[in-house]
Design a protein around this ligand. Structure first.
Ligand SMILES: [Fe+2]
Length: 431
C-alpha cells in the first residue's frame, strides 16, 4: 500500500513539478524577452541621442531665424555624413529654436510614405537633458522618432533636435537573436533547476509517506483497539466489528457512496458502541430484558459515544454513525427520533449491516440464522426500521457477502478488513 501511495504521490509530483517548471519558464522567458526587446530600443535611442547632441557645437548660437541658413547647412552636412552604425542612421531631421520654431529641416533619405507614417506633429519637446522617442514600423522596417534638447558645451540650452532614426533590419535581427538566446538560456535554467529539484523533493516525499503511514496505522490501531475494548466489555467478539464494517463498506460501495463517506463509515462502524464503556455492568451485562429505567440508561450509550468521538478531530466524522445508529427509518428509533433521509446515509447503511450480522451470527443465547431467515426478518422492517432503497440493494449482495464473511472469526477476516480499510485511508493521504 505504501508503494501504491508512493507511486501516486510521485505521479502527482512529476505532473506538478513539470507543469510548474514549464509555467515558470514560460512566464520568465516571455518577461525576459520583453525586457531584452525594450533594452534594444533604449540602446538605439541612446545611440541616436548621442549623435544628435554631438551636432550642437557645430550649430550657430543662438539658434533663430537670423542663423537659419547656417543651421540648414550644418544639418544637411550632418545627414549627408550618415553617421551610421551598422547601416542605422538619421534619414531626416529638424532643428528647433528654444521657442520651438523650426530653423532647419532636411529629409534626404526618407520616402514620402515614411514621412507620412512617422507623423512628426505628434511629438513631445523633452525637458533639458532629457529625450523622448516613439517607435514606428513602416514597410516592416523600424523608424524611431527621437527628440532631444541641444545644449552648449557648458550645458546651456540652445534648441531642440528631432530626427527620424532608420534602424537597419540586420541590427534588429541580430538584437532579436541575442534576446532569444538570453530567453532560451533562462528557460533552460528554469527547467534544469526543476529537474534537479525532482530527486530532492521525491526523497522528502518518501520520508513524508513513511511518517504519514505510521501515523495512519497508529490512528487506525487506536480505533480498532477502542472497538475491541467495547466488544470485550459487551461479551462480544472483535469479529462482529470486523464483519459489520466489511458489510457496511460493501453496501456503501454498492450504492456509490463517495470515499470520504466510506472513511467516516469505517470509523463509525468501529466505534458505534464506544459509549457502552460508560454503561454499568449491571445493565450492560444483564441477561434478561431491561426494564424501562434500565433501558433509558442503556440508550445513553449513544450520547456517551458522541462525547468520545467529538473530542478528537480525526474521529469527529464518525459522529453520524455513532449518534444515529439506533435511529429507525420511520422515526421510532433513538436518540433524536430522526426519520427517512434526515438520518445520515452512513448511519442508515450501518444499521442494515449491524442487524444482518447480529442475525446471522452465533451468540451464547442463539444459533445463527441463515441468510434467507435473516433477510425475511429484515424485510419486515423495510421502510420502518430500514431505508427501503438501501435494503433492496443489500438484499442483492447479501448472499455473496455472507458466503465471503459470514460467521468467520479467523485471522484472514482481520487481514481482509485491514486491507480494505487502509486502502481507503491511504488514498486520502495523497489528496
Ligand atoms: Fe448501539
Amino acid at each position: 500500500m505504501a508503494i501504491a501511495l508512493g507511486k501516486e504521490l510521485n505521479r502527482k509530483l512529476v505532473k506538478r513539478l513539470g507543469l510548474g517548471g514549464i509555467a515558470i519558464a514560460a512566464i520568465l522567458g516571455s518577461a525576459v524577452f520583453g525586457y531584452e526587446m525594450e533594452r534594444i530600443d533604449d540602446s538605439l535611442v541612446d545611440e541616436a541621442v548621442e549623435q544628435a547632441r554631438a551636432l550642437a557645437p557645430s550649430l550657430p548660437d543662438p539658434l533663430d531665424a537670423s542663423t537659419a541658413a547656417k543651421s540648414q547647412t550644418v544639418l544637411e552636412g550632418f545627414l549627408a555624413a550618415k553617421h551610421n552604425v551598422g547601416g542605422t542612421h538619421f534619414g531626416g531631421a529638424e532643428i528647433y529654436a528654444l521657442d520651438r520654431t523650426t530653423v532647419a529641416e532636411a529629409l534626404p533619405s526618407l520616402t514620402p510614405k515614411v514621412i507620412t507614417a512617422v507623423d512628426r506633429s505628434r511629438h513631445v519637446f523633452p525637458a533639458t537633458g532629457d529625450n523622448w522617442y516613439v517607435k514606428h514600423v513602416v514597410g516592416g522596417e523600424i523608424y524611431l522618432l527621437v527628440m532631444t534638447g541641444l545644449t552648449t558645451r557648458d550645458g546651456r540650452p540652445i534648441g531642440y533636435f528631432e530626427g527620424i532614426y532608420h534602424v537597419a533590419p540586420e541590427r534588429i535581427a541580430a538584437a532579436t537573436q541575442a534576446g532569444l538566446r538570453t530567453t532560451l538560456s533562462v528557460i533552460f535554467s528554469v527547467l534544469a533547476t526543476t529537474l534537479l529539484l525532482y530527486p530532492i523533493i521525491r526523497q522528502m516525499n518518501r520520508s513524508l509517506i513513511a511518517g504519514s503511514h505510521a501515523l495512519l496505522a497508529a490512528n487506525l490501531g487506536a480505533i480498532e483497539m477502542l472497538g475491541s475494548a467495547i466488544a470485550k466489555r459487551d461479551s462480544d467478539t472483535n469479529s462482529h466489528n470486523y464483519r459489520v464494517t466489511l458489510y457496511a463498506v460493501r453496501l456503501a460501495e454498492a450504492v456509490g457512496l463517495p470515499h470520504p463517506g466510506i472513511r467516516s463509515l469505517i470509523k463509525g462502524a468501529f466505534l458505534h458502541d464506544v459509549g457502552k464503556l460508560a454503561i454499568p455492568d449491571s445493565i450492560l451485562l444483564k441477561p434478561g430484558r431491561l426494564n424501562d429505567g434500565e433501558f433509558d440508561v442503556m440508550r445513553t450509550h449513544v450520547t456517551h459515544g458522541l462525547d468520545v468521538v467529538e473530542r478528537f478531530e480525526w474521529l469527529r466524522d464518525a459522529a453520524d454513525v455513532v449518534g444515529c445508529h439506533h435511529e429507525k427509518f420511520d422515526g421510532s428509533g433513538y436518540t433524536a427520533g430522526l426519520a427517512g433521509e434526515d438520518i445520515p446515509l452512513t448511519a442508515r447503511i450501518f444499521a442494515i449491516a449491524d442487524v444482518f450480522d447480529a442475525l446471522t451470527s452465533q451468540r451464547p443465547y442463539k444459533e445463527p440464522l441463515s441468510v434467507d431467515q435473516a433477510t425475511a426478518i429484515m424485510l419486515a422492517g423495510r421502510g420502518s426500521h430500514f431505508d427501503p432503497a438501501l435494503l433492496d440493494v443489500f438484499f442483492g449482495i447479501a448472499t455473496g457477502l455472507y458466503a465471503e464473511f459470514g460467521g468467520r472469526e479467523d485471522s484472514g477476516l482481520e487481514h481482509t478488513l485491514r486491507h480494505v480499510t487502509i486502502g481507503y485511508f491511504v488514498e486520502a493521504l495523497s489528496d
